[in-house]
Design a protein. Structure first.
Length: 625
């Protein structure tokens, strides 16, 4: 036990040293927010289409895309995805050809082409890829967006309206609706011809379910009522969408600091008559470029930056490990966070009026789109500062009030907005996780953990009771919980346990006993834990087959929270974190987060330090020599 404790202390100190050395001059941590090669492909297509020939950037992106190709010619969202991802492979193939630096007869592209054809060709791509191909003249517009633009004018009293859609859904659909309405085509100079990737079109008359078609018909009926009032409703809808884009541009020129939304916004502006040299378009491109980072020597276009998220978590972890808030690194980090608290109203206020801004966003330029996760992480980092320096209590008070006000009516918390969970939207064919921002286990669990450990809120408070009830109701039959923003059952179960026990649930509660049994039951022989992104797609636990540092830290912290004494499972888990701390293979880069199920997965470069540090320190604090 003494030797193990010494090893834990040694590893703790090693992580602390690494984190302190990686801090940026502004006090933040700029660890990459890596999302595969999709954004890299889109950047090449954007630059070539608009004749912004930044050759050094394009060449670096090409190098990265080629390196990420698998031996069978495919590209995947994660290494064990299976046979390959068709939409991603189509996009990568297209981007490499369009770059001008890869010949279509190269072995890389021949294999990719074979895979695309065998799996149904261009027509089998997802709606975003189809929109990209239509926009750039590779296929004819057969709109994957059957909802007319007039639908955005449906009033609040209508059963479905524009603001029933999640903020991240609106960020993508608003510009796409404009582009699709115009059937905009901006064909790149020297564009490759992908006609040989088209398979003879099959009859897709029944591509939508009866339920989906009924929703489309219902929306059409609502639009007809609007048209009776105003003949120019079509142009009004386009003006409305364009104004929505203008109103949500961040200071760096991007839309919500999201890569995809900004990409589509650029072409929506072109559809609305702007020249490619318009100042808004130039600034948007510059904003996307400002998010570029370097990974393994090649450029990567981040979907967004994670500076606030990284900084809040790392500041919290370092303080949890014993570094005082007065130490220079922590002071710089917390000053950075203080500057990032929001002071402007965002769309969240439409569902939650009469509340002052007080949240934090995810990226370094986010000013109008706060989220619960970043807010409670920032407040946790600032907790000791507020206790010892009451001058900052207003910051704390605004943040707490904002978080509490954002609880959904069902008792849970979502990420960005309140009560954005209209079930009718599940009938629309726009991909899981895009349209709704419903209560989730991870957000609810983490919020309870924060409220229980860092505030004086009464454990019998009605909000706490509602959240506990919501979490218990959403526990799976096997004792686990799923989640929304992580991978997947391990992440959800960890957040639920931390939250429930922070607000008074005992380790002998049936829900905790079942969760503990589930976690111990999926521990690997090497002592660690690892979960596949396929869990998120299939909606049942799929083991990764190997252990990762992050999954092990989440599972292990759960067991430490529950157990009063070191158990064999905890001992084996601690040994894994210590003995495998320096792994450098694909397990490190395997995604631990997701943005949209089945479409968008995230490798947080900070996670291999943050979560093991929290877990090791918790072990040291709970189990004395």
């Amino acid at each position: 036990m003494i030797r193990m404790r010494q090893n834990v202390v040694r590893q703790r100190d090693k992580i602390i040293e690494r984190l302190l050395s990686d801090q940026s001059h502004d006090g933040s941590w700029e660890y990459p927010f890596e999302t595969g090669v999709l954004t890299d492909c889109y950047m090449i297509i954007l630059l070539r289409t608009l004749e912004e020939n930044d050759e050094s950037l394009i060449q670096s992106l090409v190098n990265r895309i080629i390196k990420e190709q698998y031996n069978d010619g495919t590209w995947k969202l994660f290494v064990d995805e299976g046979k390959g991802n068709l939409s991603l492979t189509i996009t990568a193939y297209y981007a490499l050809l369009l770059s001008g630096y890869v010949d279509k007869n190269s072995s890389n592209l021949i294999k990719a082409k074979e895979f695309i054809i065998i799996n149904g060709g261009l027509q089998k791509a997802n709606m975003f890829t189809l929109a990209l191909l239509s926009l750039t003249g590779q296929i004819e517009w057969d709109s994957p967006f059957p909802i007319p633009v007039e639908a955005v004018l449906l009033p609040e009293k209508f059963p479905i309206n524009f603001f029933d859609i999640s903020v991240f859904g609106r960020a993508n659909l608003a510009p796409l609706l404009i582009i699709a309405d115009y059937k905009l085509v901006v064909k790149p100079v020297n564009s490759p011809i992908l006609a040989d990737l088209k398979i003879r079109k099959t009859n897709d008359k029944n591509k939508f379910t009866d339920e989906t078609r009924s929703i489309f018909d219902f929306i059409e009926q609502g639009i007809e009522q609007i048209v009776e009032l105003k003949e120019d409703v079509h142009e009004k809808a386009l003006e409305y969408l364009e104004q929505y884009l203008n109103d949500h541009i961040e200071p760096d020129g991007t839309l919500y600091s999201y890569f995809s939304g900004t990409f589509y916004m650029i072409f929506a502006f072109i559809a609305r008559g702007k020249n490619k040299n318009d100042s808004k378009i130039i600034k948007a491109i510059d904003g996307l470029k400002s998010m570029i980072c370097t990974i393994n020597g090649d450029k990567h276009c981040q979907y967004t930056t994670a500076n606030v998220w990284n900084t809040a978590l790392i500041s919290s972890a370092l303080q949890f490990a014993g570094i005082p808030h007065t130490e220079v690194n922590i002071r710089q980090a917390n000053n950075y966070l203080l500057e990032k608290q929001h002071v402007k109203l965002g769309d969240w206020a439409l569902h939650n009026p009469n509340i002052f801004p007080g949240g934090w966003g995810f990226s370094n330029v986010n000013t109008i789109n706060p989220d619960i996760d970043d807010t409670i992480a920032a407040l946790r980092a600032l907790h000791q500062l507020v206790i010892e320096e009451p001058y900052y209590y207003n910051v704390w008070d605004r943040g707490i009030h904002w978080v509490l006000s954002m609880q959904n009516d069902d008792g849970g918390w979502a990420a960005f907005e309140k009560n954005v969970d209209n079930p009718l939207l599940n009938l629309l064919p726009y991909g899981e996780g895009l349209l709704l921002d419903a209560s989730s286990v991870d957000l609810t669990g983490r919020t309870l953990e924060f409220l229980g450990n860092y505030t004086s809120i009464n454990k019998d408070d009605v909000q706490i009771k509602k959240a506990i009830k919501w979490l218990i109701h959403h526990q799976e039959d096997d004792g686990s919980w799923n989640c929304r923003w992580g991978i997947y059952y391990i992440y959800g179960t960890w957040t639920a346990i931390q939250g429930l026990m922070a607000v008074g649930m005992r380790s002998n509660h049936p829900s905790i006993i079942r969760a503990k049994k589930w976690i111990e039951g999926i521990q690997n022989v090497d002592g660690g834990w690892g979960e596949s992104c396929n869990s998120d797609k299939i909606k049942r636990y799929i083991p990764l087959g190997v252990s990762t540092l992050t999954h092990t830290a989440w599972a292990l912290e759960s067991l430490i929270t529950i157990a009063d004494e070191v158990t064999p499972s905890i001992q084996k888990g601690i040994n894994f974190l210590i003995n495998h701390a320096d792994i450098k293979d694909w397990r490190v880069s395997y995604p631990k987060g997701q943005g949209m199920g089945g479409e968008f997965y995230i490798h947080y470069h900070s996670y291999e330090y943050i979560w093991p540090l929290f877990t090791l320190v918790k072990y040291l604090k709970k189990y004395k020599e």
